[in-house]
Write a protein that binds this ligand. Sequence first.
Ligand SMILES: Cc1cc2nc3c(=O)[nH]c(=O)nc-3n(C[C@H](O)[C@H](O)[C@H](O)COP(=O)(O)OP(=O)(O)OC[C@H]3O[C@@H](n4cnc5c(N)ncnc54)[C@H](O)[C@@H]3O)c2cc1C
Length: 265
Amino acid sequence: MATQLLMAKSPEEAVNNKTATAAFLAGGTEVNRLGSDIAVKADMLISLKKCSGLSDITEADGYITIGSMCTFQDLIESDTVPCYLKEAAHFMASRTKRNMATIGGNIASLRSDSYLIPTLMAVGAVLEMEGNNGSCRIGIAEYVDRSEADALITSVTVPKEIKVISRRFANTAQSHAVLTMSAALTEEGIWLDGAVKNVGLLHFCDLEKAFREDPDISEEAIIEMVRVCTGLHTADDMFGSDTYKRYLIAVTAYDLHKRLVGKEV
Ligand SMILES: Cc1cc2nc3c(=O)[nH]c(=O)nc-3n(C[C@H](O)[C@H](O)[C@H](O)COP(=O)(O)OP(=O)(O)OC[C@H]3O[C@@H](n4cnc5c(N)ncnc54)[C@H](O)[C@@H]3O)c2cc1C
């Protein structure tokens, strides 16, 4: 159980004190969540609350850079943050939690019901990281594949003008989502990413390929494609059957694609 609290004054101080048994503390909604073992396993928590330079939101050359300590409510109230990211921030229904939870903490939590990661992946967000070897920039997809627990996310950069649609499916606004999916339209075609509860954070490249090769592909063909997909490891659990989850992924992907390309269903 954590017995020490360090109030880091800078990202460098936070990173220099990070060890295998220390954990960063941002809004604390995941670290202190009932059932979370982060604080139990740590001997020291490194609070980022007083770290300089982690709460700015700036705009340059069509991109918005958001400090990792910006809360979900900061995103919603900002005049600069794109609407598609505000929509994803609204997936966190509790305003009390939105006032505490940060964008950096949400990304680092890498939850399979993540509120923000599907949207950030679909738009190709880039993370600025501070580690023991200095700072670097990596794409969020790379971070999801090989997150470095000791590195600090200092900011997240997203494009301002991009068409994005997101959907979240849960029993109630406060319940865990079985599926959160985001689709973005770029010059290369559709980008499709999702969070499937108890499965993971997924980039739906086969579906993207199918939509890019045949924009008029039928809903039945997409449903069948996902039904037989061997690379998708969904299973029966309290969030629904394997069959239901595959069907939901397929019809949601089809719906998002149609809406993005302007043929609403
Ligand atoms: C009742 C309840 C329900 C929830 N439901 C959901 C849900 O459906 N979906 C969802 O996504 N989340 C959910 N959460 C978890 C949490 O609220 C969010 O993920 C939140 O965005 C975490 O942000 P935070 O600032 O509170 O992170 P913290 O709790 O402070 O930290 C979370 C993790 O990220 C690390 N971390 C924090 N900041 C950084 C940084 N800048 N760089 C590197 N590592 C960092 C911490 O060390 C820790 O491991 C839920 C929490 C509660 C209490």
